[in-house]
Each structure stands twice: as structure tokens, then as C-alpha cells.
Ligand binder design. Structure first.
Ligand code: SF4
Length: 373
């Protein structure tokens, strides 16, 4: 896969404005329907060799997602991105826009236009407030890019994104069946993130058709992977080499992003009220907190998984506040949990993680009643 910078450069050749969206769940369908190319700014590790510019503005005890995003936007944003979108996804991200503006201004370049939406973290979705935020976003995009909005085009974009999400769910099944590696699935999704949705669909379809007819890998112990981002490739390889199959996942940039699209909605405002209100539960969507544990336990059970592997982003409070309770509930149901932490300083070597993953796999192989596939 090319790195994010190279992929965005390629995307720009189409002539449409590219909007860099802060994680985690921006309104991609809306921007696409208005003739923009939204990309979510995660998976930037290969595009930033260090975080020297970000370190002047972001504390070293912020997660790697935020520090790499900050570095990328300060160093490359003005030349590469035609706009930045953000919402109140987490405390770290919510404070970044002003810091980035300072960082870019310090190098005497012009910050791309910024668009902000506040998503209410209430169970009822505070529908009137959010509907107003979406209407204001449409007006701001129209004013900045001279584009227009139509409900028909929006409905077409929704159906394209739903198709892409459906293909992601089928690829998740292919990993569970052992005809696609989890590393291969993660790489396909990482590339798809920096493509227009039409090209995402083509890439996901070709990845799926490449798996058809593949020989199912020998039986393996089934695990669910969780975290904000997929584990780095070296950890994916270690998991699979240890005889563990990722039978499903609860990863924010993966399952939590493609599990759900609203089915019944009347207009763009209804769509996003339902999108955030009924979203697959995520630690960053505070109003979904009460549904989280049940949703995760349900993935474990429906995927016939034997264990749960949490790969945490160091300094991500959202995930780490939940983990002790989630771990306790999973263990109560007889599901062993392996928790490993990755940080910006990991040198990409496997050795730090190998022993723990191998020991966990050995422990699982000795248990009765596991689900071999
Ligand atoms: S890893 Fe956690 S703290 Fe960092 S940006 Fe994502 S949700 Fe926020």
C-alpha cells in the first residue's frame, strides 16, 4: 500500500476538493454528495517520520492517533488538504483544531478552511440541535467551495457508502472463515480510506473476489480483536502465526465504523440524527456506553470466539476507562482477555509482543470447549 500522503496526492488529481476529517465517524456521505472527497485522518504512521512539529503543540502523553494527525496536518495540510472537518469525538481531538491553526500559522502558511460540528452525547440524540448543526455544515460547505446540496444526490451517496460497509462486513466474514488474513483485510481497509467511495467499492469487491475459491486455512482458535485502530501488521502476523484467527472485531476504524447505517430516514438531518444516535456502540460516543458491553459480548458469542484480544492505543483514556469493566464482564462469561498496548514509540519489532501472544495462544489451546473453525 502507498502511504496516506501518496494516496491523497493521487486523489487530488481528480480535481475535487479533498477534506481531511478528524476521526472517528465524520459525515462522509454528506461531503461526498456535495462533490467533495472526504478522507478520515487515521492510519498516518507511514506518512510521518517523526512528530517534531506536533510536539511543539501537543503533549507527549497524547495518543499516537492525535500526534501523528497533528504532525501530518501541520506539515502537509496546507499543500495537501482543501479543508478540515472535526467534531467532538474525544477530549484529545476536540482541542486539536486551535492548536493546529497555531502550528500552521507559525510556519506562515494558510490553514485550510475548518468545519466543526458538535454531536450531542445524549441518548435521545438531541435531534433538533444536531439537525441544526448539519444544516449549518451544509451552508458552510456551500459557501467555501461553491458546491450545492440535493437530497437526491445525498441518497445516492448514502447507498454507495452502505454498499462499501456491506462489503467490509463480507470481508470480515472472509477473515472469520480463514480465506483472508486479518493483516490483508486491515491493509485493504487502510487503502480504501484514502479513495473515493466508488473506488473503495471496486477495491473491496476485488479483494473479496480474490478470496473466493481460496483454500480455508487450517483450524484455528477464534478471537475477537478490539481497539481504536487495527493492530500494526507485525502484531496481526504474530496473532495469526500463533494459531489464532480473528473471527470478528470491535475495532473503531473497522467494525464500529461499518457495522451500521440508518435504514429509515426522511432527509439528511434525520439521517445523521439516527447515524449518531443508533451507531454501533463506541467508547467515544458516550450515549452508547450502556450498550457497549452487550454489543461486544454479542460479537464474541455470534462469532463463536474463544477469546478477546484488546490492542490499546497508549494514552487513549476512552478505551482504558472502559477496559477494566469490559474485561471483568468477559471473564465472568468465561472469555479470556489478552490486553496489549501499542505506542508511538514502538519500533515495529515483533519481539516485544511475541511472548505474550504465544503464551496466550498456548493457554487457549489447552482449554476445553474452544471453537475450532
Ligand atoms: S485513540 Fe483515543 S484519545 Fe486518541 S484520538 Fe482516538 S479516541 Fe481520541
Amino acid at each position: 500500500m502507498k502511504n496516506a500522503r501518496a494516496m491523497i496526492e493521487q486523489l487530488r488529481k481528480g480535481g475535487k476538493p479533498v477534506v481531511g476529517c478528524f476521526p472517528l465517524y465524520p459525515p462522509l456521505e454528506l461531503m461526498h454528495s456535495m462533490g467533495l472527497l472526504p478522507v478520515v485522518l487515521w492510519g498516518l504512521r507511514d506518512s510521518v517520520s517523526d512528530t517534531r512539529d506536533a510536539d511543539r503543540h501537543v503533549q507527549p502523553y497524547a495518543c499516537s492517533v492525535a500526534r501523528q494527525l497533528a504532525q501530518f496536518v501541520i506539515a502537509d495540510g496546507p499543500g495537501l488538504l482543501d479543508g478540515l472537518f472535526f467534531y467532538n469525538a474525544c477530549d484529545t481531538l476536540r482541542n486539536l483544531p486551535e492548536l493546529l491553526r497555531e502550528g500552521i500559522a507559525g510556519s506562515r502558511r494558510i490553514t485550510p478552511p475548518m468545519f466543526r460540528v458538535h454531536v450531542p452525547m445524549k441518548e435521545d440524540g438531541a435531534s433538533g440541535y444536531l439537525a441544526n448543526e448539519i444544516a449549518n455544515l451544509i451552508k458552510a460547505l456551500q459557501a467555501s467551495y461553491g458546491v450545492s446540496f440535493s437530497e437526491e444526490r445525498f441518497a445516492r451517496s448514502v447507498s454507495l457508502y452502505e454498499r462499501a460497509r456491506r462489503l467490509c462486513r463480507r470481508l470480515e466474514d472472509a477473515v472469520a472463515e480463514g480465506v483472508l488474513t486479518f493483516a490483508g483485510f486491515s491493509a485493504a481497509l487502510a487503502s480504501a480510506n484514502f479513495l473515493a467511495v466508488e473506488d473503495q467499492i471496486a477495491l473491496l469487491e476485488s479483494t473479496l473476489s480474490d478470496c473466493e475459491g481460496s483454500i480455508t486455512q487450517p483450524s484455528a482458535t477464534r478471537v475477537i480483536a478490539s481497539g481504536i485502530l487495527p493492530p500494526p501488521p507485525v502484531i496481526c502476523d504474530l496473532i495469526e502465526l500463533a494459531g489464532l484467527r480473528v473471527a470478528g472485531n470491535d475495532i473503531a476504524s473497522m467494525h464500529r465504523s461499518y457495522a451500521f447505517s440508518p435504514e429509515a430516514w426522511g432527509n439528511v438531518r434525520d439521517y445523521y440524527v439516527a447515524f449518531y444516535r443508533d451507531h454501533f456502540p463506541c467508547t467515544t460516543l458516550l450515549h452508547t456506553a450502556d450498550r457497549r458491553v452487550d454489543a461486544v459480548v454479542d460479537i464474541v458469542s455470534s462469532r463463536h470466539a474463544d477469546a478477546f484480544v484488546f490492542v490499546g492505543e497508549k494514552f487513549c483514556e476512552y478505551e482504558y476507562f472502559e477496559l477494566p469493566y469490559l474485561e471483568q464482564q468477559l471473564k465472568k462469561s468465561g472469555v479470556p482477555v489478552l490486553s496489549i498496548e501499542v505506542s508511538i514509540d514502538d519500533d515495529g519489532s515483533a519481539e516485544t509482543f511475541r511472548t505474550r501472544i504465544d503464551a496466550f495462544a498456548e493457554l487457549l489451546s489447552g482449554r476445553e470447549g474452544r471453537h475450532d473453525a
